[in-house]
Design a protein around this ligand. Sequence first.
Ligand code: CTP
Length: 396
Amino acid sequence: MRIIVGITGGIAAYKAPELVRLLVKAGHEVRCAATPHALEFVTRTTLETVSANPLYCDLFRGNATETEHISLKDWGEMLVIAPATANIIGKMASGIADEPLSTLLLAMPPQRVLMAPAMNSQMWAHPAVQRNLATLRTWGVRTIGPDDGDLACGSSGTGRMAQPEAIARQVASLLQQPHPLQGERWLVTAGPTYERIDSVRFIGNYSSGKMGFALAEALAEAGADVELVAGPSALRTAHPRIHRTDVESARQMYTAATEAFPACRGAILSAAVADYRPETCADHKLKKQGDQGLTLSLVQNPDILATLGTMKQAGQVLVGFALETDNELQNAESKLHRKNLDYIVMNSLRDTSAGFGVDTNKVTLLAADGQRTATPLLSKQEVARIIVETVTRHKE
Ligand code: CTP
């Protein structure tokens, strides 16, 4: 595999050449990337010698047409930051790119990053560092360490970088992670739909798309090729195995989803689809009519989930979402059977930290065979992983 080792300016940088040596010995091709401060602790010559590759440590080297942080990002299958200072953790969490390594980090999908933090134990315990790390973890960044022990500042406590052997072992186990969904295609719908009233107005809802995008990422991480049909959303997709189709209205989503479904092993429909649309859409901006009110006539949209339920063939898995306020479980269960689903993910609007717009969710997954899985309040990424693990295990 092709691995980038990123080195930042902490005393543990002296262990980075040993990590590079272990990775090379394990058969990987390694390139090093260093911050300017890292080079106060370890030299370019050392890093280039142990990796047998040129060091990336200057944003403006080379010719003007070469964007090395992008080509290096494309080259590297994994980026291991060892040591990771509080500074680089904070920069990544804030999206700051002011030197070569932080710029590379901003280009790299977070799921491909492993960080080995190293710092003084009080810095490690600081709420800013812990908050930043929690943010990185919700994006899929993995971490190893820090360990307990004597620290360079003379004190002892938590803050020592994990040993190079332990980091190399972690790299090996992450790279060996199975891709159980390799060769499978999955459909995901996400986000809201907008139903046009006239050329400047629409009926919409507060869905952000976060849950659906997290599901698409989790499926792609597990090896699947993902057809993501997304309503209007500011979110970005990073994974190369996600193929995204942007749509606006329920009818456009219906067309894209019904076209994609026959070639898919399964579908997870998390979009908040408008049940109704205005019967007519004016091609100009509607003017106020004196002080009279306005009555909109609405017609029902096609039910994408129910349609896929009728199209479903043996071996296909269909998963819907239910956002309920009353008689939650009963309503979700009846939806599960009515729409011929294999699973339904129930969100309760009673949970204030779950549902639209927020980064966390708490769901109950109901299976057609009666099994139930309830999650605690977790990041949407973690909830997505649990849903994906459960529904992709489904066998006829
Ligand atoms: N859904 C869909 N197409 C629609 C409406 C909903 O695919 N036109 C899907 C959603 O993506 C979600 C599930 O149906 O997976 C649940 O949507 P919801 O609006 O809660 O359910 P309804 O079937 O509309 O039931 P009700 O309005 O009676 O609660």
